[in-house]
Design a protein. Structure first.
Length: 164
């Protein structure tokens, strides 16, 4: 490995270790229980090539996934049919609608982000003893922090430091 590649890896590792940790500490001080969501969302942004132009559609996909999880949980408690059939129908309908929306509006919605956002919400809302309360907003904030502060921020700082 070349010296510049090693330096790049060290800088990237430091930034990935440092920026999410700062967010986590700040979030904890403000009572936000979903700080780790930011790292998941930054990972999706990075996996998509750190493409700044795609950040808005990734964010919208995450927000729609968060909404999908709220709709899922509310529907599960609200529909008067048996639990396995109800759960099956809810997931099938929301899955089909989500894929259709992301396909039709692919310029503004990113399907992998919707799916990840949906899974994140369901993980938090389905935890034993959890109440939805402000969790959808905490999750949405952490998603935005993940894409903007961690994803875009790490990429920007990494490039800036390596250039110097």
């Amino acid at each position: 490995m070349k010296k510049k590649e090693v330096l790049s890896i060290i800088v990237l590792g430091f930034l990935i270790g440092f920026l999410p940790t700062v967010w986590s500490l700040l979030a904890d001080n403000f009572g936000i229980k979903t700080a780790t969501v930011a790292l998941i969302c930054a990972g999706i942004y990075a996996t998509n090539g750190n493409d700044l132009k795609s950040a808005p559609k990734i964010l919208l996909g995450f927000f729609l996934g968060d909404l999908w999880s709220v709709i899922t949980v509310c529907s599960m408690s609200g529909l008067p049919i048996s639990s396995p059939l109800k759960n099956f129908l809810i997931f099938v309908v929301l899955g089909i609608v989500g894929v259709m929306l992301c396909t039709i509006f692919s310029k503004v919605l990113f399907l992998p982000a919707l799916l990840v956002g949906w899974a994140i919400g369901l993980t938090y809302y389905g935890a034993p003893g959890s109440e939805m309360g402000t969790l959808p907003f905490q999750i949405a904030l952490a998603m935005a922090v993940g894409v903007v502060y961690v994803g875009i921020g790490v990429d920007f700082l990494h490039k800036l430091i390596i250039r110097k």
